[in-house]
Write a protein that binds this ligand. Structure first.
Ligand code: PRP
Ligand code: ADE
Length: 179
């Protein structure tokens, strides 16, 4: 990212202790998006810090909802299509579903059967990786279609929480790391 840009992004990220439950330090990147310079730095930095070459993936998948906010502009920037992996019950059938746990609860995500073709290479984009539960669920959905996860692009990575082996084995980039 470059230290100046990293510091600029960090200055905009808000930390809310105890949200959405006791013991969680919630990292809110919405103020980055609200700031014209911050948003531009963010999308530029994600494009520059890709975990794989731009030729090594076919599509970008964003994880609802914060992953949508960066996945779609990044896809435009890189000339790729965008696939939405949504919270369960939002996408019309036929879909595949995966249940998982995350830092502050449990959830289920879905993908439309037609959204990804077998053999496609997908870059998964999200704002933050904490336990990695969401990322692993997305990987399973994509692999369930016979497609492959080319890599993961995150804005933030929380340290001090072990990353699942399935994610450690993948190429990934995180712009910012924080406790
Ligand atoms: C947040 C975040 C990641 C996930 C990370 O999403 O945007 O998707 O949690 O947590 P994990 O690594 O422990 O799985 P959330 O489910 O809160 O949804 P939102 O983006 O709609 O706010
Ligand atoms: N998703 C999971 N853990 C989170 C955290 N600490 N802040 C923001 N989003 C999260």
């Amino acid at each position: 990212v470059g230290q100046d840009n990293a510091n600029y992004l960090l200055s905009l990220i808000r930390t809310i202790p105890g949200f959405p439950k006791e013991g969680i330090n919630f990292r809110d990147f919405m103020p980055v998006l609200a700031d014209a310079k911050g948003l531009s730095i963010l999308i530029d930095a994600l494009a520059k810090a890709l975990p794989v070459s731009v030729d090594d993936f076919d599509a970008i998948a964003g994880l609802e909802s914060r992953g949508f906010l960066i996945g779609a502009p990044l896809a435009v920037r890189l000339g790729k299509g965008f696939v939405a992996i949504r919270k369960a019950g939002k996408l019309p059938p036929p879909t595949k579903r995966m249940e998982y746990s995350l830092e502050y609860g449990t959830a289920a995500i879905e993908i439309e059967d037609e959204a990804i073709r077998p053999g496609e290479r997908v870059l998964v984009v999200d704002d933050l990786i904490a336990t990695g539960g969401t990322a692993v669920a997305a990987q399973k959905l994509i692999e369930g279609h016979g497609a492959v996860v080319a890599g993961f692009s995150f804005v933030m990575e929380l340290t001090g929480i072990p990353t699942p082996d399935a994610i450690e084995r993948c190429r990934r980039s995180s712009l910012l790391t924080m406790p």
